[in-house]
Ligand binder design. Structure first.
Ligand SMILES: [Zn+2]
Ligand SMILES: [Zn+2]
Length: 81
């Protein structure tokens, strides 16, 4: 499969993804609802060594379980890349 191009809502930042994601999740936790501004959040996950991510501010979210997730936000539009 060819690469998939993704971008934030304003188009200022983009990332090239190596084809279909190996994992897609739908989550109803409070953090995902806040991030998405919706009743649930959808996210795709790739091995970190397969991505070249844009230089953006990183927000680390830590769950009650202790597991963590780093999110990169576009400073202009707030989208998560
Ligand atoms: Zn943006
Ligand atoms: Zn969640």
């Amino acid at each position: 499969m060819s690469n998939i191009q993704a971008a934030c809502a304003c188009g200022a930042h983009a990332v090239s993804l190596p084809g279909a994601p190996p994992r897609v999740t739908i989550c109803f936790c409070a953090d995902c609802r806040l991030r998405a501004g919706a009743p649930f959040g959808i996210a795709t996950y790739y091995p970190s060594d397969t991505l070249v991510l844009p230089e953006l501010p990183v927000r680390r979210r830590v769950a009650e379980s202790g597991r963590w997730l780093d999110e990169r936000h576009c400073p202009a539009c707030g989208s998560v890349l």
